[in-house]
Design a binder for this molecule. Structure first.
Ligand SMILES: N[C@H](CCC[C@H](N)C(=O)O)C(=O)O
Length: 271
């Protein structure tokens, strides 16, 4: 099976040209970093009735996700690299709704429109429902962890960090508390100044990643809403730098790089 591997600020993905019969299983095997090629997720295109093309995303644990910001940038670069679409601005169908994309031929950066954040969360993903952007808290190891919850493409939890918390323990714990029956992506945010955030993310379905596109965008939205930052912010992640514009809708802009092209031996099961 032909594949191409991309990364967006260190969040890496396998892109395949065909529509797999069992995407959940394929994602688990092809994304395995020892028995497979290795990546945070699997992406493939399919036809759309409502947009130019449809974006399909699966985490490395095989779970499906409605949207992936870094993955969307890599998807656009893949489409352009392989001459699968002529336009540089087009619409993409996702399970989270329509996403506008714009490929800059000069900088090779991609800007995507993530729509508006949802703070009224009465969905199967949040129980009991959260009705607005209000501080949540939970006790953990004698500490109180304070956080906010927002849906921007997918479900995100925002924790403003200080020196006293150990994010390595708290990330996995907070991701799977009863409030999140289907887990949550956990973003640990450091406010550098009104224009710069540092974000580290523990992702549902992938664990710690070097970057989370919808996560940094959700972090920028909550920081702006809480008057901690301006509308347009630079975000430093372990895998690089991204830009988020909090306008009527939220835009994420950044690079996407093809790492490799190859052939995956599908028959290789774990021996
Ligand atoms: N793990 C996420 C999907 C990938 C999000 C992230 N890689 C991004 O760039 O937005 C979820 O299951 O909701």
């Amino acid at each position: 099976m032909e594949f191409q591997k991309y990364h967006g600020t260190g969040n890496d993905f396998i892109l395949i040209h065909e529509i797999p019969n069992n995407p959940n299983q394929l994602a688990k095997s092809i994304c395995d970093r020892h028995f497979g090629i290795g990546a945070d997720g699997l992406i493939y295109a399919s036809p759309s009735q409502i947009a130019d093309i449809k974006f399909n995303y699966y985490n490395s644990d095989g779970s499906i996700a409605p949207m992936c910001g870094n993955g969307m940038r890599c998807f656009v670069k893949y489409l352009k690299d392989n001459d699968l679409i002529a336009k540089n601005e087009f619409m993409v169908e996702t399970l989270a709704g329509l996403v506008s994309v714009c490929y800059n031929t000069e900088t090779k950066h991609i800007k995507i429109g993530l729509g508006q954040p949802k703070f009224d969360l009465d969905t199967p993903d949040v129980n009991p429902p959260i009705k607005s952007l209000e501080e949540q808290s939970i006790a953990y190891e004698g500490q109180i962890i304070r956080f906010y919850v927002v849906n921007l493409g997918t479900l995100h939890t925002i924790v403003f960090v200080n020196d006293s918390i150990d994010i390595n323990q708290i990330g996995p714990y907070l991701s799977s508390i009863p409030l999140f029956p289907n887990l949550s992506n956990i973003n640990f945010v450091e406010i550098v100044d009104q224009n710069i955030l540092k974000v580290t993310t523990y992702e549902r379905g992938a664990g710690w990643t070097l970057s989370c596109g919808t996560g940094v965008s959700a972090s920028a939205v909550v920081s702006y809403q809480l008057k901690k930052t301006k509308q347009d912010v630079n975000i430093i992640v372990p895998g690089g730098k991204l830009k988020v514009y909090v306008q009527k809708q939220v835009f994420l802009e950044g690079p996407a790089v093809r790492i490799a092209t190859g052939d995956y031996e599908v028959s290789n099961e774990k021996i």
